[in-house]
Design a protein around this ligand. Sequence first.
Ligand SMILES: [Zn+2]
Length: 298
Amino acid sequence: MGRTSPTLNDGRTALALTATHGPSQHRAMSGTTHLPVFEPADPVCFVSPHLDDVVMSCGHYLTAHPGMTVLTVLAGAPARRVHAGWNAKTTGQRYAPDALQARRAEDVQALNTVGARPVWLDGLDAEYLVIRRDATATNLAARAARALVARRLAWMRARRPEGQQVTPALHDALAALRPNSVVAPLGLHHPDHAAVSNACLRLAAQAPWRCYLYEDVPYAHAFPGERRRRLRQLERRVMLRALAPVPAVDDRKQRAARCYDSQLEHLRTGLPRLDEALAEPERYWTVELGTDRGRGSS
Ligand SMILES: [Zn+2]
């Protein structure tokens, strides 16, 4: 099962958070000026399930507020594992540590582009919890490949207990980083996203930091029904307050996304609205913890 080592792997700098930020540079979108502005108190930690999610989901905000920390939870690789899954296919590296090294290098470039800094944990992507090989996947027709992905996701959902494997490592990392605000994924579509989102909400119940959620891009745009279901599910556990959408300040989010060279074309194949989604305003929510303080398991 996935390692949950609390080891912090800082891409560039020491762990101390020293960033300070000027006044908010973004503006509420026309027609949504009644909504509160997304203004998390510094220091802020953005939590990313995989190496690319926060840039694609929060790149506009990161660009406008340089110095943010992006903590990627599932940035580890099983040692000595030759694999034929997503990371091997997209990076061309069948040896898992080499594949993750390539993806971390892309992450450094992308976060440099938006002025953020990476911190990586050694949690394992759900695909590394899958023992079955799928080496023949590359030879399948696109329709069959999509069916395979759907079956794999269903299998992985059953395989990864909600949040249990990532919560301890995330707890220790956030204790070391000492943020005042944590910005977590809504938790759409992919079991890793749900697991990381649920782990953040579980920790928020006892944490000194304030919790926010961001909309997972591009899943929110590709699967609007899942977005609606997830919001309804979360609203049974916590009070969510929508914030004013955050528009682009320039094209740096798109440029940063292009740094994930191994991922982008593969994502475009399965998610045709990817480029449109990257250009759209970002969505955030505050999380008000109720009496059960996010203790639900899903
Ligand atoms: Zn992801």
